[in-house]
Design a protein around this ligand. Sequence first.
Ligand SMILES: C[S@@+](CC[C@H](N)C(=O)[O-])C[C@H]1O[C@@H](n2cnc3c(N)ncnc32)[C@H](O)[C@@H]1O
Length: 210
Amino acid sequence: MTAADWLQRWQEGRIGFHREMPHPALERHWPRLGLDAGAKILVPLCGKSRDMRWLVQRGNPVLGVELSPLAIEQFVAEGDQPALRYRRSGFECTRQGSVELWCGDFFHFQVDEAAELTGFYDRAALIALPPATRQRYAHHLAQLLLPGKRGLLVTLTHDDPERGPPFSVPHEEVRALMAPNFELTLCEVSEARDGLTESVWQLVRRGPPL
Ligand SMILES: C[S@@+](CC[C@H](N)C(=O)[O-])C[C@H]1O[C@@H](n2cnc3c(N)ncnc32)[C@H](O)[C@@H]1O
């Protein structure tokens, strides 16, 4: 999928990945990260995920990065606070309450903007990317986070390695992508809908190498 394909999906409302309720894995496993209230969370490829509101309600401000302006408009329209718009480092940004949404390509989100981030939450980001881009994503995520920073990663597997998104990302691939820069703990594996198996990982950024 190219950027244009994603924008088109949003235009056409083909957003079957969007959940109306917070992801149960977030509620079950977020507390284990032990992040303080106030810790700011990066949500890459955020869509208009309700999980961002859940994080805010729990006391964690959010910085989401999303390609589609429509996704961001819809997120804001579903909220009840005024939105402030501004431009920063080449991104069109929108702040609503404690959620900041940066509209643009995650791979252009720079490390200088990431200093205040304490954690991250990836649900349907890594698995939205084709194989060749997943390595780049894992590396970019690690670059943005200082040692000790932590987060949750939710991945999927299914029986067709060619089909996606969502792409099937087996556990060995998750480990190969993430283990060089993160300590990984597999928290849960569960059967999801339509023959999909969902896995929840805790990741803690370790020191060099990158
Ligand atoms: C499968 S959806 C998941 C959205 C959200 N994480 C959720 O759980 O609902 C992937 C999202 O990533 C966005 N996206 C794809 N490539 C991107 C990129 N390079 N930078 C920022 N957003 C991107 C798409 O527009 C889409 O909204």
